[in-house]
Design a protein around this ligand. Structure first.
Ligand code: NAP
Length: 312
């Protein structure tokens, strides 16, 4: 039978790594299970300007910040395993997580599995993913050096990532379904000053297409109903469409085991308890009003301290 940890943290984004750090420092035996690379969504974020304590005017990249969090959790004794959990059993004193590589047991579980990009929802999107359609500017911006790029969305992510894309693309157009951005005013101010950034208001993407590579799309003005076909410049032969229209929680494996809302986010109290004793949720996967690195890290810290108190 495998070791029974005091706590297993599922996910190594800011919430999971902060939970690992706090649990380790509290002398709890803690295992962090992560299926991919550390960092979750911030591992694909170019600049983080608003994590407290960062050097003003020298924004740090997501991978750089997360590398320090990983190191810190390790220093305080958090064990690590790379595995994809497929099945969970959360009732009873000992919780069991079944992964592709092994089975893990703990008295407590902190769910810090985060969220992933919501697809744009237009026709042809899946077919052209990686062939013009992307949800990650940091990963794919350099494929569009000197090309035209369209960004779908009007929140912080869309506007910040669109600004990042202007460093590569010849022209970047934000396509937003309303005539006003949702992004923070400070972010909007920077965007409106950027000459390479353009806006297509009250518009949604209906279909993307091309001959193997994305070279046309149809967009619809939601106020007038007018549908327009946008084609790649003849010399370019292609363009990019980046979607940043919010996120979907990574909570599927907990369906039926933990209470969640209709969108799959997990409700908690202020101390990160879910409806199941010994099961906590932290970071973007839980119901909350502000999804930021700082709030994810805070959630992780709170959850780990609650675990410690419950075992004292
Ligand atoms: P978000 O704030 O939920 O914004 C999503 C945007 O996509 C909205 O403008 C929304 O339009 C649009 N949208 C949603 N569904 C759509 C659809 N089906 N078709 C077309 N457009 C659609 O998501 P986010 O920008 O990813 O941000 C998520 C969280 O992370 C937020 O709390 C945000 O503040 C935070 N964040 C913070 C920073 C930062 O502080 N630097 C950076 C990135 C993200 P409507 O406006 O019409 O609803």
């Amino acid at each position: 039978m495998s070791k029974i940890y005091d706590v297993i943290v599922l996910g190594a984004g800011p919430a999971g790594l902060a939970a690992g750090l706090y649990a380790g420092r509290s002398r709890l035996s803690v295992l962090i299970v992560e299926k991919g690379q550390d960092g979750g969504q911030i591992s694909i974020t170019d600049e983080i300007e608003n994590y407290p304590g960062q050097v003003v005017d020298q924004p740090e990249s997501g991978p750089s910040l997360i590398a320090r969090m990983t190191e810190q959790a390790k220093k305080f004794g958090a064990e690590r395993v790379s595995d994809t959990i497929k099945e969970v059993s959360l009732e009873g004193e000992v919780k069991v997580l079944k992964g592709e590589k092994g089975e893990y047991q703990a008295k407590n579980i902190i769910i810090a599995t985060g969220a992933h990009a919501r697809p744009i929802g237009c026709k042809g999107e899946a077919e052209f993913l990686g062939r013009g359609v992307s949800y990650c500017a940091t990963c794919d911006a350099n494929f569009f050096e000197d090309f035209e790029v369209y960004v779908v969305g009007g929140g912080d992510s869309a506007v910040e990532e669109a600004m990042y894309l202007t460093k590569f693309a010849r022209k970047v157009t934000i396509i937003h379904r309303r005539d006003e951005l949702r992004a923070a005013k400070s972010i909007q101010e920077k965007a409106f000053k950027n000459d390479k950034l353009h806006f297509m208001w009250d518009t949604v993407v209906e279909e993307v297409g091309g001959d193997g590579i994305l070279s046309w799309m149809t967009v619809k003005n939601v106020k007038t109903g007018e549908v327009t076909k946008i084609e790649a410049d003849e010399d370019d032969g292609m363009f990019g469409v980046f979607g940043f229209i919010g996120t979907i929680p990574n909570s599927d494996i907990f369906k039926g085991s933990v209470e969640m809302d209709e969108r799959g986010y997990i409700p908690t109290d202020a101390d990160m308890h879910t409806n199941i004793p010994g099961v906590y949720a932290a970071g973007d996967v839980r119901v909350k009003s502000l999804r930021q690195v700082v709030t994810a890290a805070a959630d992780g810290a709170i959850a780990a301290v609650q675990v410690e108190r419950s075992m004292a």
